[in-house]
Ligand binder design. Structure first.
Ligand code: PLP
Length: 390
């Protein structure tokens, strides 16, 4: 690498040349192994952010490293003008495991949501109404932003997509004949690690069937095993018409997908949608390696157990600390709910103690460790949280 001749810390140099879209912490990370990352100053952190629910197998996992090495000697990228086997294998395995039939591959969560929104328009022509929910987060591109019910994110970019109705999360819905698509996170992530109340997804399924609308679950954050089943909806026994996936899909490489079934799976025709990089052989090979591990014997059960340990530990903390009102989440997607907007302060205290977490809203501290986290690492994290909250 050619060294920089610019003066100042990395943070100062970065602030001078990067657009100011992120508020970054003053930590420079240089390496990682398992559930731990190391800073440029040699400091080691236990990582319960995992790239915001991306690095499902942690860092330098042999299955990911091996797939990357083998893939790097191959084609890396092939246009969607041609066939490549990893893409087809991944579509076969992922759709079968998800109870879906057909996949469209892209590169991120927002792109998967965009594809789902277009799928709704195509599969339900003339019904442009979209229902999303309070507290939702579906991404930052204009379509995805239109269904992300947050004025602070939306207002500077209006006008957004028309015909979007925002309903309360977890409450009964009544859909009319203009609704073509209902989009929901089975466990809200950015909205504060909030699982849908039991039975509500089944209610949405019934309401969509009655109205003839597509039901799309956004499992960009909750999918790929994070909640203890491959997808959160599988624990509820409710099948959507389509599901969006990204984040953990390719173990840290950028990849997204929309998996769909029935007429939602066949609505797109050549020319309707595309992605230059979507489903490339390198990312698809890595995603196959990740999927093999996640669907391997006992893996998802272990995620459920570690998640239970983490959730119970956080709930116990909430029970005897006055500034904490509760803990919620599912599997290894947990949040500590504070009594005020202090999540950023707690996250920074945890940095000082050597634990990486991040906020999910102003009053929730988010815990989304790699899915390979051990009992001992969960206990270590809980110990540090106990110290941070006093
Ligand atoms: N959908 C959900 C549920 C998410 O949590 C996110 C990101 O946090 C997105 C969509 C957007 O994903 P990306 O940042 O990859 O575009």
């Amino acid at each position: 690498m050619i060294p920089s001749n610019r003066p100042g810390t990395l943070a100062a140099r970065g602030a001078a040349v990067l657009q100011s879209t992120y508020g970054r912490y003053p930590i420079e990370l240089v390496s990682g192994s398992g559930c731990r990352v190391t800073g440029a100053d040699g400091r080691e952190y236990l990582d319960f952010v995992a790239g915001i629910a991306v690095s499902a197998l942690g860092y330098a996992h042999p299955a990911v490293v091996d797939a990357l090495r083998r893939g790097a000697d191959g084609l890396i990228h092939v246009s969607n003008l041609y066939w490549t086997e990893p893409m087809v294998l991944l579509a076969e395995r992922l759709t079968a495991a998800a109870g879906m039939e057909r996949a469209f591959f892209c590169n991120s969560g927002a792109e998967a949501v965009e594809a789902a929104l277009k799928l709704g328009r195509k599969a339900r022509p003339g019904r442009s109404g979209i229902v999303c929910f309070e507290g939702s987060f579906h991404g930052r591109t204009l379509g995805a932003l239109s269904v992300t019910a947050r004025p602070r994110y939306q207002d500077p970019f209006r006008p957004l997509l028309p015909d979007v109705t925002v309903l309360p999360f977890g409450e009964p819905v009544a859909l009319d004949e203009r609704t073509g698509l209902v989009l929901v996170e089975p466990v809200q992530g950015e909205g504060g690690m909030r699982p849908a109340p039991p039975g509500w997804l089944a209610h949405l399924r019934e309401a969509c069937d009655a109205a003839g609308a597509l039901l799309v679950f956004d499992e960009v954050q909750s999918g790929m095993g994070r909640t203890g089943s491959l997808f959160a909806y599988q624990a509820e026994g409710v099948l959507p018409d389509a599901v969006t996936v990204a984040k953990a899909l390719a173990g840290g490489l950028p990849m997204g997908a929309v998996l769909a079934r029935g007429d939602a799976g066949t609505a797109f025709e050549p020319g309707d949608h595309a992605s230059t990089f979507g489903g490339g052989p390198l990312v698809a090979s890595v995603a196959l390696a990740v999927l093999d591990v996640v669907l391997g014997d006992g893996f998802l059960a272990a995620v459920g157990e570690r998640g239970g340990r983490l959730g119970e530990g956080l709930a116990a903390l909430a029970a005897d600390r006055s500034g904490i009102t509760g803990a919620r989440g599912r599997g290894l997607m947990q949040g500590l709910v504070l009594s005020g907007p202090r999540a950023s302060a707690v996250v920074e205290d945890l940095h000082r103690l050597g634990l990486l977490t991040c906020p999910a809203g102003p009053d929730v501290v988010r815990f989304v460790p790699p899915l390979i986290v051990s009992d001992a690492e969960v206990d270590e994290a809980l110990h540090l949280v106990r110290r941070a909250v006093g």
